[in-house]
Design a protein around this ligand. Sequence first.
Ligand code: R5P
Length: 311
Amino acid sequence: MSFELKLLAGNSNRPLAEKISNYLGVPLTDADVSRFKDGEVSVKINENIRGTDLFIIQPTQAPAENLIELLVMIDSALRASARRITAVIPYFGYARQDRKDQPRVPISAKLMANLITTAGANRVLTMDLHASQIQGFFDIPLDHLYSAPIFVKYFSEMEFPDLVVVAPDHGGVEMARAYAKRLGASLAFIDKRRPHKDRAEVVHVVGRVRGKTVIIQDDIINTGETLTKGALAIKDRGAKEVYACCTHPVLSQGAVEGVEKSPISKLSVSDTIPLKKGVNSPKIEVISVSDLLGEAIGRIHREESVSSLFY
Ligand code: R5P
């Protein structure tokens, strides 16, 4: 693109935005993204962005204020005549209700896609969507990155013998298979049930884990029930050691304590969203995806291939 690349960030993950800015050597655009006295979101971009290729970096984890900041920043950019606006959403919130699988439930992921598009985004760059088909909820171009290359490299360096990658539920099998293939590991999966939206139960472990080192791979850790109960079931079936990796560390109240008490030796997460204040567990390690996002932004700007970053 011949027009200038600019980066704008809200408050949902400033440290990640700063790392992306360092990677690209492009400073964050001067802007005030703050609150009016009554709590409403206030945005003021303090420099000229007319005619620019603007990337707005803002994951949309709870609270919903993060989403509102993104929408209001997009609107500001549109009205300030940015030539192209890309919403960089490393964690796309409200993604879990992505189909009408029960009576009287919303498809929240589609609603979020509509809001972002209606606000004026021209493109989206995101990572490890809860379900790949959410890409189709957007009628604008969307680049979907995977954190897999980063975690696979990390686990390759550990050189575990007798490794098994475990999907914590049937929805995770495809990604776990991709990890297993790249790590030269075998594959197993957990037959998980959800008796309640915030509870998980392990019904079966399908595949051999006895005597093996296991990596449970998931996209989100929220309550931690899926991972910790999965780890317990795997350990009960004779696994030697259990590691876990998760792209988006939502870590709701009680999740960190759950991980600490669990048989998980180490939980590796990415920085698509920041760890909550006070989370400081020796079991939880953060691996940054900033360079991958920065590289993708650079390539989108230069109209180069992004798919080569998938491996
Ligand atoms: C489920 O479909 C997802 O892939 C995660 O397994 C889930 O969101 C994790 O939630 P929790 O930590 O609350 O069990």
